[in-house]
Design a protein around this ligand. Structure first.
Ligand code: AKB
Length: 315
């Protein structure tokens, strides 16, 4: 049975992952941590602890007192916020990851650390982006992600720490809002479709980005963490995605259910420039071959589930 510590547990991925892990391993086995405390299911359904991941001693103590054998390190600034606060992004994204790796080393924990499609850059092949390819990102977040991928590989090769990770695309969900990302527009579009019937996209039409629905992201984390280590050639930073979409494609999918939905554009130059430096569609064959990755939700199936969940919440 696992004993898991999750950092950044009140974020978009953390709150849904914590629930699923508590279903699988029991409420008390999963310690959720975050720098803030909100009264959500992630804090109320099992143990919760305030944790600033840049404090290495506090990180170690939290993991040791919980008798953690698994660390899921999600605390990070996302791409758009990182671009406006690059020093803070370096301190939090790199400092937090180093503390997670050092704690995993001291306690012999398995470690999951997410990477992102942001780890690619403008010179990377845009379509069918291979698992192993040129990575020269032009954003602070992307630089953090490449450095993080390399650090996780380093701790595996040098210290034998069982580090694993995924390069997440934009993640779409209805439970907790994303914050500070470039792909957040997709979530905003669904929320506004239900609330007001219209949305102004800050990302331009024709800008294709990889996306995945949260249930597929959660199952991917669990599947990778449980995967037979002898099959893993890459370990960290597996490309995963379920679809490549632009704002128009999402709008078309929404209009199958809400025919009057209106989409217009008010481009944000910062987030558009970030998106322009990312791939259109990445290749997931390494994840398929090494741990049987598969995504259940395509665009329309995701749209149907998002809309019915959001209508159920009476926004
Ligand atoms: C972001 O937009 O910053 C994130 C990501 C793709 O890593 N969703």
């Amino acid at each position: 049975m696992r004993r898991i510590l999750i950092t950044g547990a009140l974020g978009q991925i953390g709150c849904e992952l914590a629930n699923r892990l508590r279903q699988l391993y029991g409420d008390d086995a999963v310690l959720t941590t975050d720098i803030r405390q909100d009264l959500t299911e992630a804090t109320l359904s099992g143990p919760f602890r305030l944790l600033d991941v840049t404090d290495g001693n506090a990180f170690y103590e939290a993991a040791q007192e919980h008798r953690a054998d698994t660390i899921i390190h999600l605390a990070a600034l996302l791409s758009a916020t990182a671009e406006t606060k690059p020093m803070l992004a370096w301190q939090l994204n790199m400092g937090g990851l180093l503390n997670a790796l050092e704690t995993a080393r001291a306690l012999g924990c398995q470690l999951f650390a997410p990477s992102s499609i942001a780890a690619f850059g403008p010179d990377t092949p845009k379509n069918g982006t291979p698992q192993d390819t040129l990575q020269r990102p032009a954003t602070m977040y992307g630089i953090n992600k490449v450095a993080g991928e390399l650090l996780c590989d380093y701790y595996f090769h040098k210290y034998g720490i069982d580090t694993r990770g995924l390069r997440f695309p934009g993640l779409i969900s209805h439970a907790a809002p994303p914050g500070g990302g470039t792909t957040d527009y997709a979530v905003d579009m669904y929320v506004n479709a239900v609330k007001t019937g219209k949305y102004t996209s800050y990302i331009d039409k024709g800008t294709f980005l990889d996306m995945m629905y949260m249930p597929d992201a959660i199952e991917s984390v669990i599947k990778l963490m449980e995967a037979d280590a002898s099959r893993l050639k890459h370990r960290n930073a597996f490309n995963v995605t379920a679809m490549s979409v632009d704002p128009e494609a999402i709008a078309v999918s929404i209009r199958r259910r809400l025919p009057n939905f209106e989409l217009d554009y008010g481009i944000d130059p910062l987030r558009q420039a970030i998106a322009d430096g990312w791939p259109d569609a990445i290749d997931v064959s390494a994840a398929r071959e090494e741990w049987d990755f598969c995504a259940e939700y395509d665009l329309d199936k995701m749209t149907d589930d998002m809309l019915s969940s959001l209508f159920g919440k009476q926004l």
